[in-house]
Ligand binder design. Sequence first.
Ligand code: MN
Length: 228
Amino acid sequence: MNDYVIAPPPQPAVPVAGGGRFPVRRIYCVGRNYAEHAREMGHDPNAEPPFFFAKPADAIVTDGAAVPYPPQTTNLHHEIELVAAIGAGGRDIAVGEAIGHVWGYAVGIDLTRRDLQAWAKKGAKPWEIAKGFDRSAPIGTMVRAAGVPQPLRGRIELSVNGEPRQGADLGDMTWDLPHVIAELSRYFELCPGDLIFTGTPAGVGPVVPGDRLLGSIAGIGSVAATIA
Ligand code: MN
């Protein structure tokens, strides 16, 4: 029975290679999961472990779509990231079993209002307005985990207007994906439909209207977005 008093909002979903769509429940993100990026942001990766934050599920933008330059910022940054999609939920997941909870993978961009993030850090304020704004999570076509034999290694890179900006290897992560899943599941019960943006390598920087972003991860795929 549909007794909603307004029309229910649409279910955010990510297209899957070969057909179908992956419905998105929550979007978790890892902060400072590559040492070089932690250093470029002014932090000591040996002193401070990675951590978690989140975006709303409807922040996703499907592959190739335009992203309007968001309001309330003059310093919008790109962050290319591996995205893992949870197909089997759980809490207190063991590191050795974590990969088995992944349904698929995609390439995502964690768009960030860097000036608002700096304001939040300085004042010990929450990060939502810096990270969880509308259309802040472009994501490419998802591939099934069965088609990704080696999700812990592979070149991850992003270019803007054809110029290389970010480049590293997934193996450079401070917490590799099994540790990300295990650690996250100590704080939240993970459920089918959850996405995890696993952090960005060094080379983050600003984008402006008209810029064309192209990110890729070897063996997984790509993501394209244009800032409008
Ligand atoms: Mn990020």
